[in-house]
Design a protein around this ligand. Structure first.
Ligand code: 9MR
Length: 382
């Protein structure tokens, strides 16, 4: 019996998504595909790379990287082989770019753009306006005029420096926080406190003027699963997006961060949210994907299978949405993931597609298969 490439990959998906893993997690039922006897194609180069498979299915794909990581040639070669888009994990945040008022430091960001351009990889900027990673001189600002001037100067300077060379910019990041209890759903961030709710519009307008070619996105987390909190967050984000669209604010895309969890359920709530975003004429980026696997028993040899299955379930759902145009993972290899040193420091976390030795894990094959399975209807619409 012989199979063509697409069939093999599809069977690969099935084998990555083995049944009966929910008992491992001690949480609700997970949608599982039936197991198959056929293993996925193990070659990950050329036509079998993530970037090649993604391109066939109308997707860009890649990783968050920081320039320091690219000094490790194993990391750099893997990024060149697998990515059609990258995003700086930290190198374009205020903390990296702004050592002092009136001063900019572009060395790290420049290194990344040079690497991207030399290797025909698109670069996505992250992030122009966020409540975190702000230098002390910014959080000390207490007048509306000063805050406005600094925000505008920052966005003008940074965005125009790279104008015409960026795929997209996360203009505003994580501006919604339901728990802050405002009727508009906005986070009580330093920018909101000084400038007021219009800081969001100001940031987008300034970015568009500085680079009319880059796609401009709003990026946020906590909108993915089927919990009450996620539904509240989705409603608040939709409210913000509708307000921006009603005021003709230049926005092109929404980043759904997708820091997903092996113990959560994903379904209709996310599907509905993505459909509403598409109806507003916006693209969707799955912008910071990884899988938290803290709940999985550390000793269990099937831990990687659970992570792979979570990727499969989430991507099978999300990639059915035609507005999704890019999938980015928040790091290249497990050794450097933020989940190892932030959020309770799970040093054992195995959330990404490659292990510490840069070898592909089951998660890689599950993701590649989910991209390959993206239907013809999705690929030809939009
Ligand atoms: O992974 C990033 C970590 O290295 C930084 O210390 C942290 C603060 O700048 O930001 C992490 O990345 C965050 C991203 O910028 C926005 N979404 C959540 C990510 C994980 O916290």
């Amino acid at each position: 019996m012989s199979f063509d490439r697409r069939e093999l990959l599809r069977y690969g998906l099935l084998s990555a998504a083995g049944a009966g893993l929910t008992s491992l997690l001690g949480c609700g039922p997970k949608v599982s595909a039936p197991a198959s006897k056929l293993a996925p194609v193990r070659d990950i180069s050329g036509q079998w790379s993530l970037r090649a498979v993604a391109a066939e299915h109308r997707l860009l794909t890649g990783f968050a990287v920081d320039p320091e990581r690219l000094k490790d040639h194993r990391c750099a070669s893997l990024v060149k082989q697998q990515a059609s888009i990258i995003v700086p994990e930290n190198a374009m945040k205020w903390g990296a770019l702004r050592p002092a008022r009136g001063r900019f430091r572009f060395d790290q960001a420049d290194t990344l753009l040079t690497f991207a351009e030399e290797n025909h990889i698109r670069l996505r900027g992250h992030t122009l306006c966020w409540h975190r990673d702000l230098p002390a001189w910014v959080t000390a600002i207490n007048s509306a005029d000063d805050a406005r001037n600094q925000l505008v100067e920052h966005i003008q300077t940074v965005v125009s420096r790279y104008a015409g060379r960026m795929h997209s910019w996360d203009v505003v990041n994580e501006a919604v926080e339901v728990k802050d209890n405002r009727p508009d759903g906005l986070r009580n961030s330093p920018w909101l406190q000084t400038i007021g709710p219009d800081y969001i519009e100001l940031a987008f307008q300034t970015a568009r003027m500085a680079d009319p070619a880059a796609l401009l996105s709003y990026n946020d987390y906590g909108m993915e699963d089927e919990t009450y909190d996620a539904e509240q967050k989705r409603s608040a984000v939709l409210l913000l997006l509708r307000r921006l669209k009603a005021r003709n604010v230049p926005i092109d895309a929404v980043g759904i961060q997708s820091h997903i969890c092996a113990c959560a359920q994903y379904g209709a709530g996310l599907q509905r949210f993505m459909a509403r975003v598409r109806e507003m004429g916006l693209q969707i980026f799955l912008s910071e994907m990884d899988v938290k696997d803290r709940e999985v028993n550390r000793q269990d040899p099937r831990r990687d299978t659970v992570v792979a299955q979570t990727y499969s379930q989430y991507l099978n759902l999300a990639l059915a949405e035609p507005a999704v145009s890019a999938v980015l993972f928040w790091g290249v290899d497990d050794g450097q993931s933020w989940l190892r040193y932030e959020q309770g420091s799970d040093e054992q976390a195995r959330p990404l597609l490659f292990d510490r030795l840069f070898l592909p894990k089951e998660a890689f094959y599950a993701v590649r298969a989910a991209m390959e399975a993206r239907s013809e209807i999705v690929r030809t619409s939009l």
